[in-house]
Design a protein around this ligand. Sequence first.
Ligand code: R5P
Length: 295
Amino acid sequence: MAVHVIGGPASTALAERISRELGNVPFAIPFSKRFPDGELYVRIGGRMNGEDVVLVQSSRTDEDLVQLLLLEDAIREAGAKRLVVVVPYFAYARQDRRFYPGEPVSARALTRHLELDADAVVTVDLHSALTLEGFTKPVTEASGIPAIARLLRERPVDLLVSPDKGGVDRIKRLAELLDKPWMALEKKRIDSDHVELTLPAAHAGEIEGKQVVIVDDVISTGGTIVEAAKLLRKSRARAVLAACTHGLFLRDAFERIKAVTDELFSTDTLLNPAEKASVAPDIAQILRKMVPTLE
Ligand code: R5P
């Protein structure tokens, strides 16, 4: 029975890499356009009767989300037997609870609709585990850390740094894979654009002369990485690299980070100028376990 990988407009290159990792299974790019009134239109080629289909589409923008829902429906219309939806970057995940009366739980609203036509969902480094609770279909969360580790094996890195305590599990996992020491900075968020970072006293003196890499799950405004890089340079690091799973790089974040780091890279969950590490092997490994025809 055939397996098809379909690369939505937000994730075409990653989808192609996944199809290669799966042994060059058929790969297709849907046609997409806007009608004069602004509505989106998509079309996939041909029938998929009884096939297993893997649709890959990050949901960074509202446009990506609508395309994702339309593609899911098109794949079902084409007769697919099983549909696994891979959403490498899952938008709206930060609103994973109701903070004030009258608000939606946005992450849950999205999971409900996204899983309607899906038999299973794969995503990468969610903002919080709460989002997973919103799914009723099988969902697997891949990690961007193995991809970052593969790239860092080619760099002379002495010390791994998480910019906050929230990243401790991730940095520990990376430290195990690379067999390197790690530490976490202390972060206080002032507002959505500003953060204050401090080096815990226990780690004073551990930075001097070291090649350090700051690792975060998301780079958004860049405020966290810029402040972390400045702090590490002030502590006399020899080189400062920055890595993340999801590189949103809002406004001038990319240029601001490049100005204070020796190298900046992200995985390929989102299209950006820093994507150097691919999560395709990790997603392919999950898909092989999920889709019997791929085994
Ligand atoms: C926070 O919990 C995340 O791990 C990131 O540190 C944060 O989203 C980065 O945002 P920004 O680039 O805007 O500082």
